[in-house]
Design a protein around this ligand. Structure first.
Ligand code: PTJ
Length: 258
């Protein structure tokens, strides 16, 4: 039996997961989701979402493929160009990358807004508090004084001075109809989803087919690299980006390992 076989599935702290384990990222991700559920941040359905994502990540080779890196750079350029960028946070995102989202928000000057499918006041507050514990100054989504038109579920509830007014929105880990509704409001959408066939990446201006735990720090790194770029350079990164190619490349990697 190898040492790896002895790693307990119910480690108490993520530091107990050996970083050289061949499935390290998957174990870490599962552990963060479990902890999120215990803290009342992540909904139980978040486990199903995680399971789906994990299967696609396995097929992608659990790495950021070159087209995803290109998408992450284009996403950083969009966020830097935006007048009012907002990063949307659900229960899975809060459990997996709270500090990384705070870092990205600070690198691009974006707001963080809690937006939930299974919305309860307790979960919204727990997620906002969790983000504050990870360095967020201000968290939107608690007022929820505006509605995304043509959506009849809880994800329609947004802040009037947050997602409702945003020009660029980062929408991670949701296979749903909100992405389409936001597009109808003329917003530029950046979607992170390991399944390139999900509805959200299919309609996004920038679909990022990568694990959020790799994607967000990489976007922040790109944003820091581009911090001194002028508007013309940022615009050319955005204009050269080919969303169809990115979706095709990810699907080819998943289906054929290409
Ligand atoms: O926190 P709430 O109440 O807003 O609930 C969130 C749910 C769980 C409802 C929301 O995440 C959801 O809609 O889940 P879905 O429909 O299963 O879609 C999640 C998508 O994210 C799937 O396409 C997964 O492949 C993808 N995904 C899961 N984990 C990751 C991921 N993509 C990138 N990185 C991941 N770690």
């Amino acid at each position: 039996m190898s040492d790896y076989d002895t790693v307990s599935a119910d480690v108490e702290h993520e530091e107990e997961i050996p970083a050289d384990h061949p499935r390290y990222q998957d174990l870490l991700t599962r552990h963060r989701i479990e902890t999120g559920i215990e803290k009342g941040i992540t909904h139980l359905q978040g486990m199903h979402a995680e399971g789906r994502g994990s299967a696609f990540d396995y097929l992608l080779g659990e790495e950021t493929i070159p087209s995803a890196d290109t998408a992450e750079r284009a996403a950083a350029a969009h966020l830097l160009l935006a007048d009012q960028p907002v990063l949307s946070i659900n229960g899975n995102v809060a459990a997996l990358v709270p500090g990384e989202m705070v870092d990205l928000a600070s690198a691009v000057g974006a707001d963080l807004e809690v937006n939930l499918f299974n919305r309860t006041p307790e979960r919204v507050e727990a997620i906002a508090e969790h983000l504050r514990e990870h360095g967020a100054d201000e968290v939107k989504g608690l007022t929820a004084d505006a509605r995304i038109p043509k959506l009849d579920h809880q994800r329609a509830k947004v802040d009037a001075d947050g997602i409702y007014a945003a020009d660029v929105v980062l929408v991670p880990l949701e296979d749903g109809d909100r992405a389409e509704a936001l597009q109808e409001m003329d917003k530029t959408e950046i979607v992170i989803d390991l399944n390139p066939l999900s509805r959200s990446p299919q309609v996004a201006a920038v679909p990022i087919v990568d694990n959020i735990i790799r994607a967000v720090p990489n976007m922040t790194e790109h944003a820091r690299d581009l911090a001194d770029a002028d508007e013309a350079e940022l615009r050319s990164i955005v204009d050269e980006f080919d969303r169809e190619q990115v979706l095709e490349d990810a699907e080819a990697r998943i289906r054929n390992g290409l």
